[in-house]
Write a protein that binds this ligand. Structure first.
Ligand SMILES: Cc1cc2nc3c(=O)[nH]c(=O)nc-3n(C[C@H](O)[C@H](O)[C@H](O)COP(=O)(O)OP(=O)(O)OC[C@H]3O[C@@H](n4cnc5c(N)ncnc54)[C@H](O)[C@@H]3O)c2cc1C
Length: 413
């Protein structure tokens, strides 16, 4: 049976978050953008408020992007009822991002570092690395995911950060870039290779803790959009990481598991990133709709006005299609079904639809739309949206992922 309805509990949650996004988040969005950050005090209050309201913490995204399947919210094995955590998370991610997309990236929690620890960490590692996030009274804490390097972005197999065994430790050397929350994270999941010639089979994932000698934070990027979110360069110089921090232990790397660790992360996070993009695109779309309604005489039989109404209809239909694809990918994750293709489809669709929505919103507002002074939010969304077709795999890479599922016998593209 196909059922696209959401539960009354999810609807209530979505409405509540929307109200919060409208009344509290949106009014501060421009100030956070200008300050290149969100005050810790706001983040603390937000986390405590969301937790006090009960329900799954992940539904509020309070543990960052890694929240959807945080411990305790996973479907219980053998249980009849599937989890709803991922669907709830994409609903809340859209609303929060409608208010301000950078907020979700800034939220304390394991973030993108969560999924690899969860999917491949040993029970001892999960306990050790997740437990600090359970007690926010110790202060705000972040985790991060460090895969990208100056010479390896889309081409993940090409990472050069090296790791070599030295008794009870591993020695890591290399450089990571564009790492969300990497500078302030208590730990980063760092991907390295025992031998670049082995490609993906040579990959290992380590949890590198803040303060480990040789591990330092390089520059913090000055970005075009999502300026309130920290994006850091990380430097590793003879960093000694204990064996216990090799995710999953040595045996799990007998096959291509190292690479799979990196990729599994995306099946969970791409639908969340897609819903964030839809949140921004919808914000711009609604802005243009309201602008058109109050500035143009749409009821008149003037070709220009009917063209504007038709244009808005096209933007709306694309956003809705992307939303449905995203809910589907999230539903598959909740039901523990493979969703790599659908996750990539949702991300590719949402990125494109939302970028178009932001561009056309400016055009619909006419010459006024280009006056950033008067339409500062419109200008901010235009800057924020582009990266949704870049991080977590560019649009081109999503289409390669989809193609590989269409033609599994083809080894490479
Ligand atoms: C704000 C921000 C936050 C980020 N956060 C993180 C993070 O937390 N952790 C992390 O590890 N990384 C992070 N990244 C990095 C991000 O994942 C990479 O930027 C992304 O994977 C693209 O890599 P690249 O920038 O090196 O581009 P490249 O891989 O060099 O790609 C350049 C262009 O070539 C195209 N291209 C590349 N290969 C192919 C191909 N085979 N076929 C067709 N086209 C191709 C791409 O689509 C793109 O248009 C972040 C980036 C940004 C901007």
């Amino acid at each position: 049976m196909i059922d696209f309805s959401i539960s009354s509990r999810q609807r209530d949650l979505r409405d509540m978050i929307h109200g919060f996004a409208r009344n509290v988040i949106r009014p501060q969005s421009l100030a956070w953008d200008r300050a290149h950050g969100i005050p810790d005090e706001f983040l603390s209050r937000f986390v405590m408020m969301a937790a006090s309201m009960g329900g799954p913490a992940g539904a509020w995204g309070v543990q960052g992007l890694g929240a959807a399947t945080s411990e305790g919210e996973k479907p219980v094995e053998g249980a009849k009822k599937a989890s709803t955590a991922m669907v709830s998370t994409v609903l809340s991610a859209e609303e929060l991002s409608w208010g301000d997309a950078a907020l979700l990236l800034c939220l304390p929690g394991p973030g993108l570092g969560g999924p690899p620890v969860r999917s491949t960490g040993t029970p001892e590692q999960k306990e050790r690395f997740f437990s600090p996030f359970r007690d926010m009274s110790q202060g705000l804490k972040w985790g991060a995911y460090a895969l990208t390097e100056p010479s390896a972005g889309s081409d993940v197999a090409g990472i050069r950060t090296s790791c070599r065994r030295d008794g009870s430790h591993w020695i890591l050397n290399g450089r990571k870039c564009f790492i969300t929350n990497g500078g302030r994270a208590s730990w980063n999941v760092v991907f390295a290779t025992v031998d670049p010639a082995l490609g993906r089979a040579g990959h290992r994932a380590f949890v590198v803790e803040k303060g480990t000698p040789g591990f330092s934070v390089g520059k913090i990027e000055e970005k075009m959009g999502l300026r309130a979110s920290e994006t850091a360069e990380l430097v590793l110089e003879d960093v000694r990481v204990p064996n216990e921090n090799l995710l999953g232990g040595e045996e799990s790397y007998a096959s291509k598991e190292g690479f799979m660790t990196a990729m599994k992360t995306f099946d969970n996070t791409r639908p969340i990133v897609a819903s964030m993009a839809i949140g921004i695109g919808r914000a711009a779309y609604e802005y243009a709709r309201d602008f058109a309604a109050s500035n143009y005489a749409l009821a008149r039989h003037t070709p220009r006005y009917s063209a504007i109404a038709e244009r808005l209809a096209r933007i709306g239909q694309k956003l809705e299609a992307a939303r449905m694809a995203t809910w589907h990918a999230a539903w598959l994750a909740d039901n523990e079904k493979p969703n790599a293709k659908e996750a990539s489809m949702s991300k590719a669709l949402a990125g494109q639809a939302s970028i178009r929505a932001c561009i056309e919103a400016i055009e619909i507002c006419g010459v006024e739309g280009t006056l950033a002074k008067d339409h500062q939010l419109l200008e901010k969304w235009f800057r924020d949206i582009k990266v949704y077709d870049i991080f977590e795999g560019t649009g081109q890479i999503q289409r390669i992922v989809i193609s590989k599922r269409l033609f599994p016998d083809l080894k490479s593209f």
